[in-house]
Design a binder for this molecule. Structure first.
Ligand SMILES: Nc1c(C(=O)O)ncn1[C@@H]1O[C@H](COP(=O)(O)O)[C@@H](O)[C@H]1O
Length: 163
């Protein structure tokens, strides 16, 4: 098994329903990745250790998903210079708007690329991670181009019911 180049982390196993969409995209593109549960709030020391060592382990970018007071992506970004892609997980009471705002409003100097709430955000974060890797991998770039072409063909062949 190749060393993972993308790391997917989430605050709880309850986030998996959303975050599995990121893992599936990476799997479809044959990107070696890891999936971990780490919480800035509940396991702060583990989170620090993880963020401080991820780059040396060969990780190229981190997809971090969390819900509610979603400080995980921002706190990871505070401890690593790797690109952090934040996924706001849909929450029970505020439908993920709380997660989105917690992730997107980072202070100047410590960026987190923030994606849409839920499944779409997780999917796009993985596609973005692939785009990052593809800047230095011609065959991956070709795969990504092919994906876009297939997507365009699907939309082009869409039909509507007769009026
Ligand atoms: N937002 C965070 C963090 C964090 O940001 O460190 N750690 C856990 N959580 C979130 O709490 C929610 C509820 O978690 P539980 O289902 O375990 O109670 C999850 O969406 C998780 O991401």
């Amino acid at each position: 098994m190749d060393r993972p180049s993308v790391s997917i982390v989430m605050g709880s196993n309850s986030d998996w329903g959303v975050m599995q969409h990121a893992a599936n995209v990476l799997k479809n593109f044959c990107i070696p990745h890891e999936t971990l549960i780490i919480s800035a709030h509940r396991t702060p020391d583990r989170m620090f250790g993880y963020a401080e060592t991820a780059r040396a382990r060969g990780i190229k970018c981190i997809i971090a998903g969390a819900g509610g007071a979603a400080h995980l992506p921002g706190m990871i970004a505070a401890k690593t210079i790797l690109p952090v892609l934040g996924v706001p997980v849909t929450s029970k009471h505020l439908q993920g708007v709380d997660s989105l705002l917690s992730i997107v409003q980072m202070p100047k100097g410590v960026p987190v690329a923030t994606f849409a709430i839920g499944d779409v955000g997780a999917t796009n974060a993985a596609l973005y991670a692939i785009a990052i890797l593809a800047t230095e991998d011609a065959s991956l770039a070709e795969k990504l181009n092919q994906f876009r072409k297939e997507q365009a063909a699907t939309v082009t062949s869409m039909t509507l019911p007769e009026a």
